[in-house]
Design a binder for this molecule. Structure first.
Ligand code: AMP
Length: 599
């Protein structure tokens, strides 16, 4: 068995840590750095580059350099957020078969899992070099506000990188472990995590070795990159006003300005005034033009204050959900590089009525906590570490009026399961379709479609005479699975997931056409979509209280206890809905194998 490490797979940077000789430590690279840029590229010669090498050449090769791709994971190609991103991203996004996002680099198309896998494989390699031993297991952290699909994607990426993913762990929870494990604490902490691409806030109770998340929330599209964008937009605008030259179409210029904007932003965390200088950015009538301007901390705060305000508003909402005030929280931990900004620190201090804790290093805490968890899960300690997490967003199915019938509520303790009975609405109906959504909106169309389940092979019978009992279960990582059985015969009903990623209302024409074609070719009718009626059927079904199947220890699909029992964490088998993408398509697998030394 190889070693188990903790990996903080960040939007802009990633880092890894290991727990050895009774304490955790960051793994450093030959050059001494402890972070690796989450960047993937293919250069002019066709070489695949990851990390520092990829970042170094980004300004010269922006079109074939993939940065911040974590922001795209689990999103719909047609979503409004992706429209916005397309304007500032320098590489090409391509629509996948089910409206998922693929990335085109030098005539090759990659899935987001493949890009993340390349970064994970590099981290694995660096860790093996540093430790002189094989590394084959990892705890990988994700934003607490990631949905089921985004979590699945990270698991798939880990598998592609030949890592046994011991657990997908929420970043704020990891930070709380780094802060509290082994200190015999009894405290309520809040973790404010503002990284490169995402914001999370979690409220966590620590009682010695029991870490219980009370409430969590966030924004998977709010992070340091947005602060850089604001500065970048300001530079582009001022440059246009001063010179009459519009650089917004020039990808090389955008990349150079973005880098300069980020550097200036970071400097302004320690100084109050800085220069932004990007030489030879364009050719003017009288020769080369430079970006040459001053930026003050006050101006930066003016430009980005609204982003910080949004984080504070989310904090207020989550404190409300946890039914507590700032006074009830012992410490506020600040995590993520962007939390180093003085405005963040002062607004958090104002919100809490006291300064944030100095007990964790914002850049290291997440990887350190993940390493502690990996050590515990890999069976290398019997520390009795117990973690109780919650569901970040409701999961449900659609009702006929377009609203969501919530199966699992936000902030509900994990793991959990729910049972519902579905029935046929046509004579001899052989299949039923069910759509599952996740999100906080009342309406399904504003939420994320997790997938469409098709239950097939239903025995022929008059309508309403077959009852299919479906058990939905969410494991301790917030990953969803389901099983179905015919109530009368007790037989398992086959179900499979079709990734339905189209945004509602979008790509309808295309779909209609496809449907028509399919209908002509297919002899069997398509599955009948099932929606929860607006009537009290949902409650009625719940009220019937279907007999709970007995839980067998060895059966990963067995229902889970509905009462929250402290769960001693052990490596567990996962029931997954999504298979890792077929990497062979792009020759990527061969490259990954060679990177991992498998060939
Ligand atoms: P992380 O994902 O935690 O590595 O956070 C990376 C983000 O933090 C990037 O957007 C950085 O620009 C930002 N960042 C790092 N250091 C600082 C700093 N001293 N002040 C402001 N932002 C920073």
């Amino acid at each position: 068995m190889g070693k188990a490490i903790g990996i903080d797979l960040g939007t802009t940077n990633s880092c890894a840590a290991i727990f050895e000789n009774g304490k955790p430590r960051l793994i450093s690279y030959k050059s001494g750095e402890t972070t690796i840029p989450s960047v993937f590229a293919i250069d002019e010669e066709g070489n695949r580059l990851v990390g520092h090498e990829a970042k170094k050449q980004a300004q010269l090769n922006p079109v074939n350099t993939v940065q911040a791709s974590k922001r795209l994971i689990g999103r719909n190609f047609h979503s409004k957020t992706i429209d916005k991103v397309r304007q500032v991203f320098t590489y090409e996004l391509v629509e996948g078969e089910s409206s998922d996002i693929l990335i085109k680099v030098k005539d090759q198309v990659f899935t987001l899992e493949q890009i993340s896998a390349a970064i994970l494989a590099q981290i694995k390699q660096v860790a093996e070099d540093a430790l002189g031993e094989e590394v084959d297991q990892a705890v990988i952290t994700v934003p607490a506000y990631f949905n089921d699909r985004q979590r699945q994607a990270v698991r798939s990426a880990g598998a592609l990188a030949n890592l046994k993913v011991l657990r997908v762990l929420n970043e704020p929870t990891a930070a709380a472990l780094a802060y509290g494990l082994g200190r015999n604490l009894s405290a309520r902490v809040a973790v404010y995590d503002l990284g490169g691409g995402t914001f999370d806030i979690s409220i966590i109770d620590i009682k010695d070795r029991i870490f219980e998340v009370v409430a969590t929330g966030g924004d998977t599209f709010l992070g340091g990159v947005d602060f850089d964008d604001k500065v970048m937009q300001m530079i582009l605008q001022e440059f246009l006003e001063q010179t009459g030259v519009d650089l917004s179409w020039d990808r090389v210029a955008i990349q150079r300005i973005r880098d300069a904007a980020e550097e200036a932003k970071i400097r302004l965390s320690t100084v109050s005034e800085t220069k932004i200088n990007v030489p030879y950015i364009a050719n003017g009538e009288d020769g080369p033009l430079d970006v040459d301007m001053e930026l003050s901390r006050a101006r930066l705060e003016e430009l980005t204050g609204e982003l910080v305000d949004r984080t504070i508003q989310t904090c207020a909402r989550i404190f409300g959900e946890a039914d507590c005030t700032a006074k009830d929280v012992d410490e506020m931990l600040l995590v993520g590089g962007q939390s180093r900004m003085p405005l963040v620190q002062s607004l958090v201090t104002e919100f809490m009525g006291k300064p944030p804790s100095k007990g964790v290093n914002p850049d290291e805490a997440v990887a350190i906590g993940a390493a502690m968890m990996a050590h515990s899960l890999a069976g290398q300690s019997d520390d009795g570490l117990t973690l109780l997490d919650v569901l970040p967003m409701p999961i449900g199915i659609n009702k006929t009026d377009g609203t969501m019938h919530v199966l699992f509520k936000k902030n509900q303790p994990l793991p959990d399961y729910k049972t519902r009975t579905l029935t046929t609405s046509k004579e001899n109906q052989r299949s039923i379709m069910l759509r599952l959504y996740q999100g906080e909106s009342k309406f399904v169309e504003d939420n994320e479609l997790l997938g469409t389940f098709v239950f097939s092979g239903i025995r022929p019978a008059p309508k309403g005479k077959v009852q299919i009992e479906v058990t939905f279960h969410i494991d301790s990582e917030g990953i969803l699975g389901l099983t179905a059985r015919d109530k009368a015969t007790g037989q398992t009903v086959e179900s499979h997931l079709k990734l339905g990623k189209s945004a509602p209302g979008e790509g309808k024409k295309k779909k209609k056409k496809k449907k028509k074609k399919k209908a002509a070719a297919a002899p069997t009718p398509p599955p009948t979509p099932l929606t929860m009626p607006t009537s009290s059927l949902a409650a009625e079904l719940e009220g019937k209280g279907p007999a709970r199947p007995e839980k067998k220890e060895s059966d990963p699909t067995a229902p889970l206890p509905d009462k929250r029992e402290p769960q001693v964490i052990q490596p567990e088998r996962k029931t997954r809905l999504v298979k890792p993408e077929k990497a062979e398509k792009t020759g990527f697998w061969a490259w990954l194998k060679s990177l991992l030394g498998l060939e």
